[in-house]
Design a protein around this ligand. Sequence first.
Ligand code: SIN
Length: 558
Amino acid sequence: MTGTQIKTPVASWTRSCDVVVVGTGAAGLSAAVALQASGLEVAVITRAGVSDSSTDWAQGGLAAVWSPADSTELHLSDTLTAGAGLCDRDAVADLVASAPDALRRIIGMGGHFDTDAAGEIDLHLEGGHHARRILHAGGDQSGHEVERTLADALTAAPGSTGPRRSSKSGRLQVFTGTRLVDVLTDAAGRACGVTVLGGGGACGQITARAVLLATGGIGQLWPTTTNPPVATGDGLAAATRAGAVIRDAEFMQFHPTILVVPERHRIPGDRGVLISEAVRGEGAFLIDHRGRRVMAGVHPLADLAPRDVVSAAEQAHMTATGEDHLFLDATAFGAQRWETSFPSILAMCRQRGVDPVSEPIPVRPGAHYHCGGVAATMTGRTSVPGLWAVGEAACTGVQGANRLASNSLTEALVMGERAARELASGLGSAPRPGTAVDRSESGLIDGSGIEAIRRAMSRHVSVMREASGLAEALGVLDRLAGTDRLDDAALSATNLALAGRLVAGAAAMRTESRGCHRRSDFPERDAAWLLHIDARTDSRGRIILSRTDQVRQSQEAA
Ligand code: SIN
């Protein structure tokens, strides 16, 4: 049997259901809403509260062809170009064709997107897009509106007493403060439930006919990130331990504009503040300490180049000048435009001692979105029978080597609902999973290792990488102290270390620069690397990396 699992104490409680959904961002909630509507018995688990998700923090918006001046062909071509040769054209074509309906579903559930003076949906522009196609809400609170709409829909559904507390009523059980430990598998390797860790340290077990992972990303691997504290790669790590194929883990997208908080305003443990790309879409631009434009002459789209290009250019500029950050100048907006279009960014900057109305915003790149993940179809099917993965946790071929801005919430909505529909129609005829069997034991890393993990990732597995640094990071990740005690910090350290090994291992193997994977020792894109890197673990927990066949139907040559 492949894979490993974390040893848990005897479960102090058990439940059973048809489908257990792990995670409550856009992907998990849209799946849960559709699953519940189909009449299946659903358990939703979420590590903190229902809205503690990357979705809730997302500013930019949702990409979809909405204006007659735009076309699905253009959205397809922008996505493939940003994806730098590693997108699956069919998956992208599917996404862009399905996007408008997914957004209409949100509107139908009561979601409100911003409108212009004529009452039409207002569309923003972001990096890599050749048309205005980003729907947004509350200016820069788009993800929050999506999260609110879906959470309300789940609460309002018959059989639910509301997701804001652990509840069991009718066909929906919502477990807040309940964290995934592992995906259980039966003797045939089929997913048959999950083990979980509760806030008080007690373990539980939920058996299910299918497990759907919607756990988001891995941003907490780096000290500077736009991701919330729950983004510790729990789904990625559990899927890996369950024997699933992980694809293209090296492609971590670094967003070009994370606020650098002035020293005197730093609060330990403060969140990373994203300055949305929509701010550049409205005309802001990057400058250095001498006021020179950073993106001038780098790319035809200048400050609106795909974000891998912008982050790499910033990094190169900072390395050349010795500056440790740059600035985003949006002073031309004036107070009123800032207050109307980007109220939450304005407030978050001001709370941290920066006034974007009157001064350029100090910024640098930060960890933002994992383009790789659990290899999955557009309906979320993974290589492990009975295990589905959707949203950022999944790698479908839509994001390729670099995600096009604002395609991810859209993908999460499309996939969540699709996975639910496939489960609703197929679960009845699918073989019933057997009883869970023990896989070989995976060691736990002590929670005190988290800082060392982040230091190694930030030094060596960041925007720019090279062979010796990657080897050093892998050495750090292999030498972390173990523990026998399963608690929240140990689970985070264990999952982060595994996610880090997947990212750094694949990054060391890919000897080229492509999309958001950049190697200073292999600075060029190499046609021989028009391949995916797949990873899986053996029964001793060793990561086995392999190259797949040539990428299918990608538009870009190399
Ligand atoms: C942003 O607002 O810049 C982020 C949008 C995204 O990552 O898609």
